[in-house]
Structure formats: structure tokens, C-alpha cells
Design a protein around this ligand. Structure first.
Ligand code: NDP
Length: 233
């Protein structure tokens, strides 16, 4: 069955790989972008996820084009790393707003259509850092840990209506976000049993599973896709 899928931040990186993977299996896929335009073959809606009015309008556009969103992938995210003592309140709240409050905005808006349909899949892209913490990442880790509590609360609230909410916790994945960390990455690889960074397509495979009928009894789960980096967290 062809589903209506929305991937926030699906214009590049992990989000784009997720969008392409759903499109390849025949789903109707929309991605948000902030002015870059839609990648080839995908339906794009302009949306800054920190703006509730833009989120509402983006969903309305997707509804007109593809019908209500049935599979939501809340993927858009940013980092603004610095040590706690130097971190300004603006740096803290900006990351929380983009990574956590935005996930609440899109989940709430998506739940309207999912409740009506009595079917839905919400997938939140967290991080291994949300579970283990990271130096210089107080804001980012807090936002990513928050997604776990959020997803599990959604899972409890909406589980009886065939709506699942799950979290993917990627490890180091090669994208623009980690490109400037190349040296740090090489050192970190010693901590990764797989001995290498991951590829966006490896996150996409997990997202496709969580969005599938095969995952109908999986909810409130945190699925690490991190080459073993976070084992035990
Ligand atoms: P990129 O930096 O490559 O892409 C980030 C995406 O988020 C872009 O599409 C960007 O849009 C979008 N975005 C950021 N802020 C907003 C906003 N306010 N409104 C709308 N879109 C926004 O990152 P990745 O692909 O690497 O990361 C994707 C997700 O995966 C993030 O949530 C990240 O935290 C998470 N993750 C990544 C890991 C990694 O190693 N790469 C590891 C663990 C988690 P635009 O193009 O307009 O800037």
C-alpha cells in the first residue's frame, strides 16, 4: 500500500536517504526544505520546523497533494556544540527548539490525521549522544534524550489507535553534520565495534522497517543504528 510520508529535513543527509528509501518502495513522499527546493523526484514543502504556522501550512500542503500524513519522520536537527560553561542560554534553547520542540510540533499536527485514520507511524531521529551524553553537547544531548520520553508518551497515548511512536538512535553517520568532525571521527572509530562510520542509507533501512506493517507491534522502542557504539545505553 502506498502511504503518505513526510520527512522533516528530507532535503539532504539522513532525511534525504530516508525519503528516497520510502519513495523507492512506492510511497508518496514529501520532504521539508528551507529554501533549497525539493530533491529530484520528491515533493517539497517549504518549512522551518521552529515556526508552528509554517509546520501547519506544510502539513496542509502535503494533505492536498498526498492525503494526510501516515508516516511522520521527525528528522530535522542541528548542533551548536560548546562546553557548558561557555554555552549561552540562546545556544541551549535554540537547539532544544529545533530538535525537541519542533518534534512536538510535527507530532501534534500529524496526530490529527492519524487519529482520524486510526493508523499512523511516528519515527523520531534521536542520537547515540542522547543516551550516552557527549562533552560540549549539553544542549544537543538534552534535546535528543527528550525525544525518547516524548515518543514513549505518544506511544502510550495513541497505541490503542494503531499509532506507533519509535526512536532511531544513530551513531556517527557521514553527512554534512559530521563532515567538519573528520579528525574527531577517526579517533572515535576505536569505540565503534563496526570500526567505521555509518551511511545515511543504514538509518533509512531502520526507518523503513519502523514504518512498515512488519513493525506493527513495535512501539516506544529506541533502535540504535550505531555500529555497536552505544551498547548498554
Ligand atoms: P544535516 O546537517 O546533514 O541535515 C540537517 C537537516 O535538518 C537539513 O535538511 C536541514 O535543513 C534540516 N533542518 C535543520 N534545522 C531545521 C529547521 N529549523 N527547520 C527545518 N529543517 C531544518 O544532518 P544529518 O542528516 O546528519 O542529521 C539528520 C538528523 O539525524 C538530525 O536530527 C541529527 O541530529 C541526527 N543525527 C545525525 C547523526 C550524524 O552522525 N550525522 C548522528 C545522530 C543523529 P537545511 O538544509 O535547510 O539546513
Amino acid at each position: 500500500m502506498s502511504r503518505s510520508v513526510l520527512v522533516t529535513g528530507g532535503n539532504r543527509g539522513i532525511g534525504l536517504a530516508i525519503a528516497r528509501a520510502f519513495a523507492e518502495q512506492g510511497d508518496k513522499v514529501a520532504v521539508t526544505h528551507r529554501g533549497s527546493g525539493a530533491p529530484d523526484g520528491l515533493f517539497g514543502v517549504r518549512c522551518d520546523v521552529t515556526d508552528a504556522a509554517q509546520v501547519d501550512e506544510a502539513f496542509s500542503e502535503v494533505e492536498r497533494q498526498h492525503g494526510p500524513v501516515e508516516i511522520l519522520v521527525s528528522n530535522a536537527g542541528i548542533t551548536d556544540d560548546t562546553l557548558l560553561l561557555r554555552m549561552t542560554e540562546e545556544q541551549f534553547t535554540r537547539v532544544i527548539d529545533a530538535n525537541l520542540t519542533a518534534a512536538y510540533r510535527v507530532a501534534k499536527r500529524a496526530s490529527m490525521g492519524m487519529l482520524r485514520k486510526r493508523w499512523g507511524r511516528m519515527i523520531f531521529i534521536s542520537s547515540v549522544i542522547g543516551l550516552s551524553g557527549g562533552p560540549g553537547q549539553v544542549n544537543y544531548a538534552a534535546s535528543k534524550a527528550g525525544l525518547v520520553g516524548m515518543a514513549r508518551s505518544v506511544a502510550r497515548e495513541l497505541g490503542s489507535r494503531n499509532i506507533t511512536a519509535n526512536v532511531i538512535a544513530p551513531g556517527f553517520i557521514e553527512t554534512d553534520m559530521t563532515a567538519h568532525l573528520k579528525e574527531k571521527l577517526d579517533a572515535e572509530m576505536a569505540r565503534v565495534p563496526a570500526g567505521r562510520a555509518g551511511k545515511p542509507e543504514e538509518i533509512a533501512a531502520a526507518a523503513v522497517f519502523l514504518g512498515s506493517d512488519a513493525a506493527s507491534y513495535v512501539t516506544g522502542a529506541v533502535l540504535p543504528v550505531d555500529g555497536g557504539m552505544g551498547m548498554g545505553h
